[in-house]
Design a protein around this ligand. Structure first.
Ligand SMILES: Cc1cc2nc3c(=O)[nH]c(=O)nc-3n(C[C@H](O)[C@H](O)[C@H](O)COP(=O)(O)O)c2cc1C
Length: 362
């Protein structure tokens, strides 16, 4: 995550059925373990920096019950880390659903198995539908981040103190906190957060190495990056910003547009799209309210991420615009991850290298 590539890349959401594409097409991703393993090896060999899962416990309905089948993220990450060499793999923890002592122990174990390649995505929660399944009522929006702060403080106490300590907070009252082993080589896993609300961003600025945020267009994105970095500086921190995309890359622009039309316009699972947009509007503040009306296609195509559709030249040019806006990297997702990443690695990566955005993989 800290290499010298100007534009870092990470494969997003392959632990979930359909990945990010809310579509009924038969070639949609089934999120099998075998598929994920093949994908991780492809990414690792190509020098892709990371894989980022989605912590999801319940689907979004519709004919496909979008994202109803998911591999638990830390177990998934640990398995992938054991089978790869360079890749960072994130585990995503929804803080109110996992006790921090247990989360810390799991993460340290994965960190040791991988020689220090585990990352943590902290999510403070938004989907009440999912919390209902756990029998947990969420705190009001901003208080979720107060809880998330203590959750992370407990973990850092376990990682940083050699002697047992007591922890007294508003949400946790814990006696004799002790954790061994510590993260590999004394270096803690990289931490990211993807809250877009004011409070979510402040949490990332205070605690995280990276903030991930959605992109409406590169022009608005450039302003976002400046604002987020300025916020980071108020906490004395140099916060780097990533964004999220979904990609259709084919030999020509026309072929890519045809495929996009096929899986979105002709075959989206609109019922699941509507439910996802409804829940995000109700419980999160990641998207401006207008986005739901304006960008239904983006939700169908890739869960609201920024669409990149075109030939390898077009895709590389769009990624260059994202880099020029100040983002240090982007997540990428596809309809058929293994086949599409194979093509992306062969055709787009060399173009990004030619543009000086990435170095060739040794
Ligand atoms: C890149 C990215 C990854 C995310 N991963 C998850 C996830 O795995 N599980 C989840 O419930 N929410 C996930 N989210 C949602 C956010 O982390 C956050 O909880 C949501 O945006 C609501 O927070 P906010 O209202 O403060 O913006 C993700 C968002 C982004 C952009």
């Amino acid at each position: 995550m800290f290499n010298s590539n100007k534009l870092k890349l990470g494969v997003f959401a392959s632990n979930c059925s359909s990945g990010m594409a809310i579509t009924k097409v038969p070639e949609r991703w089934d999120a099998s373990w075998e598929g994920n393993l093949a994908l991780a090896r492809l990414a690792d060999e190509a020098g892709i920096e990371f894989m980022l899962p989605i912590a999801r416990f319940k689907g979004f309905g519709g004919e496909t019950d979008f994202q109803s089948s998911t591999l638990e993220t830390l177990t998934w990450a640990t398995g992938l880390l054991a089978h790869t060499e360079k890749l960072t793999v994130f585990g995503t923890m929804i803080a109110p659903l996992v006790h921090p002592i247990f989360a810390s122990k799991q993460m340290v174990t994965a960190d040791h198995i991988s020689g220090g390649r585990l990352g943590l995505n902290v999510v403070c929660g938004w989907q009440q539908d999912e919390f209902d399944m756990f029998g947990i009522e969420q705190y009001e929006h901003d208080m979720r981040y107060d809880h998330g702060q203590e959750w992370l403080d407990v973990i850092r106490n376990l990682w940083r103190n050699d002697e047992p300590v007591d922890f007294e907070g508003k949400f946790f009252s814990l006696k004799g906190l002790a954790g061994d082993p510590k993260p590999v080589g004394g270096t803690e896993p990289v931490i990211m957060n993807a809250g877009s609300s004011g409070r979510g961003r402040e949490y990332a600025a205070r605690n995280c190495d990276f903030l991930f945020t959605i992109l409406i267009d590169p022009e608005t994105g450039a302003k976002d990056v400046q604002d987020i970095k300025a916020l980071g500086r108020t906490f004395g921190r140099d916060l780097d910003v990533f964004t999220t995309t979904h990609i259709v890359c084919r030999p020509t622009d026309e072929e890519a547009k045809d495929f996009h039309r096929y899986y979105v316009d002709e075959n989206a699972d609109w019922e699941a799209v509507e439910k996802l947009m409804h829940l995000q509007g109700m419980y999160g503040q990641s998207f401006p309210p207008d986005a739901f009306k304006m960008y239904r296609d983006r939700f169908a195509g890739g869960h609201g991420t920024y669409p990149i559709v075109g030939s390898p030249d077009t895709v590389a040019a769009e990624l260059e615009r994202i880099s020029a806006a100040g983002f240090v990297g982007a997540t990428i997702s596809f309809v058929d991850y293994v086949n599409d990443l194979t093509y992306f690695n062969a055709e787009v990566l060399p173009r990004l290298e030619a543009k000086g955005l990435r170095k060739p993989t040794p």
